[in-house]
Design a protein around this ligand. Sequence first.
Ligand code: ATP
Ligand code: MG
Length: 366
Amino acid sequence: MASVRFKNVNKWFGKSKVLHNINLEIKESEFVVLVGPSGCGKSTTLRLLAGLDDITEGDIYINDKIVNSLEPQHRNIAMVFQNYALYPHKNVQENIVFGLKRAKASKELIKNRLDKASIMLQLQDLLDRKPAQLSGGQRQRVAMGRAIVRDADVFLYDEPLSNLDAKLRSQMRYEIRRIHREYQTTSLYVTHDQVEAMTLGDRVVVMKDGFIEQEDSPMALYLKPKNIFVANFIGAPSMNILDATLYPGYIELENQRMPFDKHRVKKAIPSNGEQVKFGIRPDFFQDEQHISGSESLTTLKNVQVDIVEPLGYDREFNLKLGDQMLKARLDLRTEAQEGETINLCFDMNRAHVFDIESEKNLTLGI
Ligand SMILES: Nc1ncnc2c1ncn2[C@@H]1O[C@H](COP(=O)(O)OP(=O)(O)OP(=O)(O)O)[C@@H](O)[C@H]1O
Ligand SMILES: [Mg+2]
């Protein structure tokens, strides 16, 4: 087991800088997820830790030891890739134990580890098959098996589930959690899928253009995003980000005034108002007709229903408020049809106000 630390790490490819001053700690046994859009530097970050690319500036530590110039094979890291990288001519068993054999492990140890991993990953009946004779999910399990038998200090995963269909992804997410609970190996997991990030990570690091935007627990990212980028990226559907004007004591949205405690924002609000972005998650709206209890809620009136997308128990309502589009996730009880209007209630304490220039969250406590 190991801890990992990136200290002021910068990476250039020729003239382009792809990682900007990355500072990141992964504690022993922690499962950290790196998430961000394509090209933001996730794989590069993993490859630097694995030793597959050179660091331009800064240091990477494994257990307080700088590993910048240590060869990949001496870092005791196991990596699971998106394309599995299995040996096509070796069968499942040979693929799984290849690394152990190369490291000249004893026959007994190889057998023990193989047995344990194949039970864990339900590969017992597939050990003689070649990769070409396996489904995508089975290949993925072999790739995982190869990593877990190695008893590595750190597991790195680079979008390991992106080739799988939705059902298998969800199953494999569960397997990965189970493996982590069993082996407790320090892990860094890369994905651009925010659902994977939320469900797998003890901690999630959101990246954009080579910068770390925020690192936090999944729920903290969801409830307290530091800026509009994180608010948009985490949570599905994304947070509604609407043009609004903030005054001392209220906020105005498409000519509707709603009370807003001026002490909830970090800066002084001018009496003639300030343009802001108002953020509220689609999940936090309730249909006024189905409010339960006597919560003190704010109401957004006369919101026009544009398109309704059924998801099962919930439905995603695409709505119009003046010229602005927004979404609400409401349950089956809401019967409003396309073209009708509804009143939406929400708890203003769950809403955010963002600066229009810096896009930073101005809400206090974030
Ligand atoms: N070997 C390379 N030479 C030059 N540029 C590279 C190299 N590898 C990656 N890059 C660039 O570095 C940036 C970060 O790439 P990286 O592969 O880390 O992104 P990513 O976040 O993993 O994206 P994706 O989600 O698409 O896999 C990109 O702009 C990419 O084009
Ligand atoms: Mg990548």
